[in-house]
Design a protein around this ligand. Structure first.
Ligand code: UD1
Length: 355
């Protein structure tokens, strides 16, 4: 069997890592297509190197652009790739423009397509990611769901017959990286913080970065937190802040470049809290049992909230209060699986497809 993975953005490289390793372990042919949606070395190359992912077989080099330009650019380029490599299955990951374009290109050429991280819903139709996930799930032949809640969403949309619960591959990679982590101290030294005395923050969602008043409110709220906050600034955040003449430091806030994945895991593991609008980081914080404060009106990862390890806040005084709340009650729940999701993904891909 030949699987062709389409990836393009930072969280997809993380998810690709355990899938690529499982393909190698099983001797399954695996073609990796990098769309080029993320191209800065700190958002792309460093993940391939650190996570031991083979170099992409194909690089589309699509780069940044409006949603239409980016999605359309990938779609146009994929015809030739699929015709040349003739995969048995196309695998797309998550909810970015690369996900939707990869799925559509496969459907158009009648190559069976599987969606990893299917069934997540925010029910917020203003988010580009929500369009991408709904459209991808409905285009896919196989929906690989990370959680029971995701399976329920798929069933509610009439997709139960083509859905399989596989768990979350991000747990696979997180377990592996945590075991291999040797030098979290060096990371903290680089960030100028002490164990348990700081929060890690990331802000990159369009809904937070692209409205000047909201972005200013988020930054102001981060400055008010009663302990140091290390803001790992995505290029989108830096660009929008620069457009608005907004300083990303001040008060408790210290701005840094994004971290490579192992360093991020080390930092989150040692942090007092995480403040974020990222989906992946909400889960990573939960798995590492670091309390999370999410600057969004809803989350796809509802289990983190239900289990008491994540709270949703609006930018304002609630954010600082949430960031210094006491540690929640401990839990041994594993809503995202046991770290063997990639194996379940490969089993599902090798099986017969639902008709
Ligand atoms: C994308 C995904 C988002 C995901 C995120 C992970 C979509 C619609 N959004 O958001 O779901 O959570 O990736 O990080 O697909 N830029 C650079 N260098 C890069 C890449 C981007 O400077 O390597 C800057 C450019 O100014 C670009 C902006 O970041 O316009 C936004 O990049 P884009 O790929 O459109 O979306 P993300 O915000 O990264």
């Amino acid at each position: 069997m030949r699987i062709l993975s389409v990836v393009g953005a930072r969280p997809q490289f993380v998810k690709l890592s355990p899938v690529a390793a499982e393909c190698a372990a099983r001797g399954v042919q695996h073609v990796i297509v990098h769309t080029g949606q993320h191209y800065d070395p700190a958002l792309s190359d460093v993940f391939f190197t650190d996570l031991g992912i083979p170099d992409p077989d194909v690089h589309l080099g699509v780069g940044s652009g409006t949603h239409g330009v980016q999605t359309g650019g990938i779609l146009a380029a994929m015809d030739e790739v699929l015709t040349e490599h003739r995969p048995d299955r196309v695998l797309v990951y998550g909810d970015t423009n690369s996900t939707l374009a990869g799925a559509l290109s496969a459907v158009k050429l009648q190559v069976p397509v599987a969606h990893l991280e299917a069934g997540l819903r925010s029910f917020n139709r203003r988010m580009p990611e929500e369009h991408n996930r709904v459209l991808t799930d409905h285009a896919a032949d196989l929906c690989l769901a990370p959680t029971r809640a995701a399976m329920e969403h798929l069933a509610a949309e009439g997709l139960a017959d083509r859905s399989v619960l596989v768990g979350d591959v991000m747990v696979d990679v997180l377990h592996r990286v945590r075991e291999e982590l040797v030098d979290a101290d060096a990371v903290l030294q680089r960030l100028g913080v002490v164990p348990g005395g700081f929060s890690v923050a990331t802000v990159h969602r369009a809904e937070n970065t692209d409205d000047p008043a909201r972005l200013a409110a988020v930054v102001d709220a981060l400055r008010q937190v009663d302990h140091p906050v290390v803001l790992l600034a995505h290029p989108r955040l830096r660009a929008r802040a620069a457009d608005q003449g907004l300083d990303l430091s001040g008060g408790s806030l210290e701005v840094h470049d994004p971290l490579p994945y192992p360093a991020l895991v080390g930092a989150v593991d040692q942090a007092r809290g995480v403040i974020t609008d990222s989906g992946g980081l909400q889960k990573e914080a939960f798995v590492l049992r670091t309390p999370c404060t999410t600057v969004r009106t809803e989350t796809e990862w509802v289990e983190t909230v239900e289990l008491g390890w994540n709270v949703l806040v609006e930018p304002g005084p609630d954010l600082a209060a949430a960031a210094s709340r006491p540690l929640p009650a401990s839990t041994d729940a594993t809503p995202y699986g046991d770290g063997h999701a990639a194996s379940a993904v490969l089993d599902a891909l090798a099986g017969d497809l639902p008709r």
